[in-house]
Design a protein around this ligand. Structure first.
Ligand code: NDP
Length: 253
């Protein structure tokens, strides 16, 4: 049997690949053989992350982009395609959160979260889909959250964005299937990253989060390595339109 998880010769674009979950997934895909384009706004983080990946023997290149800007997104996809020849895998991961009680959310907070998490993911997905349709193949993996599925206080805008991601994942899967493209989402529970370290530093909150999981722990970046390689590889060829929750059992409770 051929190696179902081997990504040699494939090119992957990971948005928000300069830190946290994006960098962890970029590393997992790179170690499985893929060439890696990481894309985000902060140039210093991008350069450090690229060096970090290259030190692991990965063919990695950084691209600066704000995913909320359509012109920059189209340029990004053009530049990644001309550098690597194809875009075989998209990890649509760039995102942010502003946690506030419903009655304290400013209009700007809502706009910022929805524009980054939902509009940005749409712009990148649309631009990459055009390239994948030309190739008649591809894997799109949208990074959602358990908040796309469960309710939780202080998460109005974030949960709305992630619920939207779950739904558009199914629509894209249906629309792009005839072009040889699969579209899935990963829904992590809490993972220790720069985005969550402040939130998780509260001991009571941390313990509550641990209690919500069946496996009684918070997730690590390494917990996402297998799921992302699976969804990016031939091992998942008959899987599309799904949200794979990587959450220690949280959403199944
Ligand atoms: P981090 O804050 O650690 O990293 C976010 C990444 O996105 C950075 O590379 C950041 O770089 C980039 N980014 C943010 N805004 C933009 C933008 N407008 N354009 C381009 N890049 C951008 O977050 P995490 O790694 O924790 O989260 C990554 C994804 O995983 C998000 O979609 C998040 O919702 C999701 N997730 C995270 C969970 C967790 O517990 N950590 C749980 C469930 C889902 P820069 O700011 O330099 O642009």
């Amino acid at each position: 049997m051929k190696d179902l998880f081997n990504l040699s010769g494939k090119a992957a674009l990971v948005t928000g690949g300069s830190k946290g979950i994006g960098l962890g997934m970029a590393r997992a895909l790179g170690l499985a053989g893929a060439k890696i384009a990481i894309a985000s706004r902060g140039i210093e983080d991008l350069e450090n992350a690229t060096t970090d990946l290259q030190n692991d023997g990965i063919d990695a290149k950084a691209f600066q982009v704000d995913v909320t800007n359509k012109h920059q997104v189209d340029e990004l996809v053009k530049n990644v395609t001309s550098h690597f020849g194809t875009v075989d895998i998209l990890v649509n991961n760039a995102g942010m959160n502003i946690r506030k009680p419903l009655v304290e959310i400013e209009e700007e907070d809502w706009d910022k979260v929805l524009t980054t998490n939902l509009k940005g993911l749409f712009l990148v997905g649309q631009s990459v889909a055009k390239q994948m349709i030309k190739q008649q193949s591809g894997r799109i993996i949208n990074i959602s959250s358990i908040l796309g599925e469960v309710g939780m206080s202080f998460q109005t805008s974030y949960a709305a964005s992630k619920g939207g991601i779950n739904q558009l994942t199914k629509v894209w899967a249906d629309e792009l299937a005839s072009h040889g493209i699969t579209v899935n989402a990963i829904g992590p529970a809490y993972i220790k990253t720069p985005m969550t370290e402040g939130w998780l530093s509260d001991k009571k909150r941390y313990n509550n989060i641990v209690e919500q999981t069946m496996l009684k722990r918070v997730g690590e970046l390494s917990d996402l390595a297998g799921p992302i390689v699976f969804l990016a590889s031939d091992a998942s060829s008959y899987v599309t339109g799904q949200v794979l929750y990587v959450d220690g059992g949280w959403t199944a409770k």
